[in-house]
Design a protein around this ligand. Structure first.
Ligand code: ZN
Length: 335
């Protein structure tokens, strides 16, 4: 597996000596090779078959058990379930734009999920991109008059700022430049944050937040901008789904960055996995650099807020985000 999923993950440890996904024979889906795919149209949507995915990405086995399908290779396990929008790659949860479906003996995955999610996640080194980024724009959510979510032991703005400052220091120690949208308890407007990101050349953007929900809600979420023509994860409406935003020019990098950071948080923190999700947050719509929004846990949960309240946990969280950013950088560089 390429480095979006750390090699020391529980799925890969014993198999690291084996090859990467064979990329040489595989043709870029966006440009060539589509004739190799069997396309099925259902309700106006195009789908590819799981068998096609197996062959294109050189999976060695397909295991079916009821509605569940697992594709396996030396370094990857991809799980899907007919009727579900959930996909797991090496244990990391993703939300597909459309549910997996079936026709006859074929299990089908939408073409948009193949090109906008599966392909960049499985083959990050094939993403068309410019030179590697040198700067990370770190955006501590909320601040000033906007306290963000109100937690059991403190507010989101405070935790986000502290975690972001730690992240900035860790990234600088790894040789990256860091630009912060705020370094104190102030409130840059959302357009100001977007402008800061877009003014930084060769950069990526990471917005740090903490979540609110019921007192039992736990876990981390990582958001990338929803691709044009898709639903937002967990939302029923189709708001703006046909509009192409500036941030959509970086769809592949966005999802690859989200995957690397999310996998790193899960593996390092043993956090509850709420998934790599897509939405149309103002920040992500407007930026022209690869960008994500991280929800580092639920501060409305007494148990989770107790952890987040400790500097040690915030340091580990920042460390896992930094490691994910480096994994992303390395994974894209290979080609
Ligand atoms: Zn927030």
């Amino acid at each position: 597996m390429e480095e979006l999923f750390p090699l020391n993950s529980r799925f890969c440890t014993r198999r690291r000596a084996l090859g990467l996904i064979a990329g040489g024979a595989a043709l870029a889906l966006a440009s060539r090779g589509e004739a190799a795919w069997k396309l099925v149209t259902l309700d106006g949507q195009e789908y590819v078959t799981v068998q096609g995915i197996k062959e294109f990405y050189k999976f060695t086995a397909v295991e079916r058990s009821g509605a569940t399908v697992a594709l396996r290779s030396a370094r990857l396990v991809l799980r899907l379930r007919s009727g579900s929008q959930e996909m797991y790659v090496n244990g990391v949860k993703f939300m597909l734009s459309l549910p997996v479906t079936s026709q006859g003996n074929d299990v089908l995955v939408s073409r948009i999920d193949l090109s906008k999610l599966i392909d960049p996640v499985l083959r990050p080194s094939h993403i068309a991109k410019g030179p590697p980024f040198t700067t990370v724009v770190v955006d501590p959510g909320h601040g000033g008059h906007d306290s963000g979510a109100r937690g059991v032991f403190g507010n989101e703005e405070t935790y986000a700022l502290d975690t972001s400052l730690r992240l900035a220091r860790l990234l600088q120690a790894r040789g990256l430049k860091v630009l912060m949208t705020r370094t104190r308890d102030s409130y840059p407007s959302l357009p100001q944050r977007v402008a800061a990101a877009n003014a930084a050349p060769s950069s990526i953007f990471v917005s740090v937040h903490f979540n609110s929900g019921g007192s039992n809600a736990q876990g981390v979420e990582t958001y990338a901008l929803a691709p044009q023509g898709t639903n937002r994860s967990r939302k029923e409406d189709n708001e703006n789904d046909a509009v192409r935003f500036r941030g959509n020019s970086r769809d592949s990098e966005n999802i690859a960055l989200a995957t690397a950071v999310h996998a790193s948080m899960l593996y390092q923190l043993k956090a509850v996995d709420r998934g790599v999700l897509r939405d149309r947050w103002f920040l992500l719509k407007g930026i022209q650099t690869p960008g994500i929004l991280v929800e580092g846990g639920f501060i409305t949960s007494p148990a989770e807020c107790a952890k987040i309240h400790t500097p040690q946990y915030r340091e580990r969280l920042a460390g896992s985000i930094a490691a994910g950013i480096m994994n992303y950088r390395n994974a894209l560089r290979r080609s």
